[in-house]
Write a protein that binds this ligand. Sequence first.
Ligand SMILES: Cc1cc2nc3c(=O)[nH]c(=O)nc-3n(C[C@H](O)[C@H](O)[C@H](O)COP(=O)(O)O)c2cc1C
Length: 198
Amino acid sequence: MNEEMTLDGVLADIAARLDHAARDRRAAMHMPVVGTADGDLRIMVLRACDPDFTALRFHTDARSSKVSLIGCGAPVSLLAFDPEAKIQIRARGVGRIETGGAVADAAWDQASAYARRCYLAEGGPGTPTPAPVSGLPAEVEGIRPTPEQLLPARENFAVLLVTLTSLDWLYLAHNGHRRAKFSRGDAGSPWQGTWVIP
Ligand SMILES: Cc1cc2nc3c(=O)[nH]c(=O)nc-3n(C[C@H](O)[C@H](O)[C@H](O)COP(=O)(O)O)c2cc1C
């Protein structure tokens, strides 16, 4: 990043950074913090990011509290930081949950047996238990479940898709930080960007 940076360049940087984050599990932004309108925050693995930020994809348990909160449309925010690049990305948008359909089916098909096993828990995330347990049935704990054992897990699997409507990019530099903000009314509208004092 240098004096010739442009707002279009920053948008492209955000898209490239989040796309890379979704593809590389070692990327600094692979696990952003995801916020919901109730003020709660949690880390989630970013699974996909399209260049126009219309469907950032996360995987989750359909029984979790954030799923009922987000439903078919609710505000969602994201926060990620890459210490090496010294870049923070804050984003806001509208989230929606899908449990069936092509996107959720494809995501489930691509998930590993170990990833699918999480969705076999005998109760949703946050269910009280008398002892510190995983919630997994004893026969699948510590093993790679068979496809047959994983069949009941599918109904507990959901994707969270987020369409971004605002972005805030902060670059830390010794000679003075740089910050840009972007917003759009909806996914069909062009981004409006401006530099701001960091
Ligand atoms: C490194 C890490 C990665 C995580 N990835 C996910 C994820 O991809 N999806 C998810 O639903 N929860 C993930 N979690 C767990 C969430 O942070 C959270 O504890 C859980 O989803 C329950 O949140 P809720 O009560 O807001 O529904 C992850 C946690 C950590 C520490």
